[in-house]
Design a protein around this ligand. Structure first.
Ligand code: DGL
Length: 269
């Protein structure tokens, strides 16, 4: 495997850009190939079978583009598909859940951890199970309105303020000391969440996940010595729309964005 081969990254939409941001910060020599499955967003209320089917299609596509590793920059896919697809592909796959749990265990002083995520991730109990194994008290909350609001740019809107109050009110009342952003879209709400929750630690699993990706690449002697090409972005939706939304949220240009039809690319599902 070529050390300069790109890293594959995917999400249902712009959420995985919080992971791209972290890769650009921690692993700046790595070229990224990103896929946003915008046409099938949101993933949060999809069945496990659908999420697994999408994961196979997308990983197959990324492999066909020569990636050396895939970072599943989507908690729903990490919770519902990663344990299955890990057995089906030979390249390393990095998910969000374990790194998020590790970071929360390190940060929480009182052992009262809130998890906010999509309905699918909360129903899977992937975070809850792992945290409780470490004796942590877990307060889980699905936040189904967050993703559509973030995707459509309503970060500072009345609708968002109402959703924050509805979803985070019970966690604030329970006195959680640490809050995991169990959906890659949510770190874009960090300012609003901190303002609402007051003194609290927030966990963006991307930070630890990218650290793990770096460790894994180093172990396999696959860290790139220097970036060969620019980052490439694909969306199953509208490229122009994705480029604009992404650049606005990330605060920098993404790079070229192309439309991709995964049913034409072929898949093994
Ligand atoms: N950003 C994804 C996650 O981390 C998916 C959100 C969605 O499409 O519902 O779960």
């Amino acid at each position: 495997m070529d050390k300069c081969a790109p890293l594959g990254v995917y999400d249902s939409g712009v959420g995985g850009l919080t992971v791209v941001r972290e890769i650009r910060r921690q692993l700046s020599n790595e070229q990224i190939i990103y896929l946003a499955d915008s046409a099938r967003l949101p993933y949060g209320d999809r069945t496990p079978r659908e999420i697994q089917f999408f994961a196979r299609q997308i990983i197959t596509f990324l492999v066909s583009r020569g990636v050396k590793m895939v970072v599943i920059a989507c908690n729903t896919s990490s919770a519902l598909a990663l344990p299955i697809v890990r057995k089906e592909f030979s390249l390393p796959l990095i998910g969000m859940i374990e790194p998020g749990v590790k970071a929360a265990l390190r940060m929480s002083e009182e052992g009262k951890v809130g998890v906010i995520a999509t309905q699918g991730t909360i129903d899977s109990d992937a975070y809850g199970r792992m945290l409780r194994e470490h004796g942590v008290q877990v307060y889980s909350q699905a936040c189904p309105r967050f993703v559509p609001l973030i995707e459509n740019g309503y970060l500072n809107s009345t609708q968002m303020a109402q959703a924050i109050d509805e979803y985070l009110g019970p966690l604030r009342a329970a006195g959680v000391d640490t809050l995991i952003y169990g959906c890659t879209h949510y770190p874009f709400l960090d300012g609003q969440v901190r303002a609402y929750m007051g003194e609290i630690k927030t966990v963006d699993p991307a930070v630890e996940a990218v650290r793990e990706a770096g460790r894994c690449l180093a172990e396999m002697d696959l860290l790139s010595p220097g970036k060969k090409g620019q980052d490439l972005f694909f969306t199953t939706g509208e490229p122009e729309e994705f480029a604009q939304r992404g650049a606005r949220l990330l605060g920098e240009e993404l790079g070229p964005v192309e439309h991709i039809d995964l049913s034409v690319e072929g898949c093994r599902a």
